[in-house]
Design a binder for this molecule. Structure first.
Ligand code: NI
Ligand code: MN
Length: 218
């Protein structure tokens, strides 16, 4: 199984299915990967991204799923704490501490709550935190689901920065961390290599700093 970081929060998981999380990679850049399933963490435009254009089966929180269905997208609605099976891939929706209006619909259109996912495919588990602050229940996500990989935002300003993400990585306890949601714009500019060095110096956790399009094998 392969995990590819396409940029920003956009992660492609390739195994028995192709799951694309948060299909947005930057201003005006199309996401060219065609997945089987799209998973959206929350309503902001830098996460919904090209969900409507891709028009694939999409997993999202109920409020977003209802909107997508109205647009003709086959959406599977769920909510935080729940788990669904979509074509043999399990999605557990986790909390995220963040805001969530559904930006592509209209200003103020309710996008439910912001979330993350634990995605289980082919016996491997990926935690994609979405956009979030640090919260101590990340320990529960680690205890309950024991993810093999954690994709954590490190860009600051709109999410955790590197210092908080260091603690998040320890709370989740996944042996591999992939930093996301940084350097897309100047407002979230961060040096991921100092984040990697700080974690690897003080814990057994490995950090894979990927270039857009680069993959790790799981
Ligand atoms: Ni956001
Ligand atoms: Mn974001």
């Amino acid at each position: 199984m392969q995990l590819t970081w396409l940029g920003h929060s956009c992660v492609l998981i390739t195994g028995s299915s192709r799951v694309l999380v948060d299909p947005f990679i930057g201003d005006g850049v199309p996401v060219r990967e065609v997945p089987d399933i799209v998973a959206v963490t929350h309503g902001h435009a830098d996460h919904v991204g090209e969900t409507l254009h891709l028009a694939k089966k999409t997993v999202a929180i109920n409020e977003i799923a209802k909107y997508l269905k109205k647009q003709g997208i086959p959406a599977e609605g769920m909510n935080i704490g729940g788990t669904i099976d979509v074509d043999g891939v399990r999605f557990t929706m986790t909390p995220a501490v963040h805001s969530a209006w559904l930006e592509p619909a209209a200003p103020g259109y309710c996008g439910g709550a912001a979330a993350g996912y634990v995605i289980t495919m082919d016996g491997k588990r990926i935690y994609h935190a979405g956009d979030t602050a640090l919260f101590s229940d990340m320990k529960l996500i680690g205890q309950l689901y024991k993810p093999d990989v954690a994709c954590l935002p490190i860009g600051g300003r709109f999410t955790m920065g590197p210092d908080e993400a260091m603690m998040a990585a320890q709370f989740v306890g996944a042996p591999l961390v992939i930093p996301i949601h940084y350097n897309t714009w100047p407002a979230i500019a961060v040096d991921p290599s100092s984040f990697r060095r700080a974690i690897e110096r003080t814990t057994d956790i490995k950090v894979a700093v990927l270039s857009p399009g680069e993959s790790v094998e799981m």
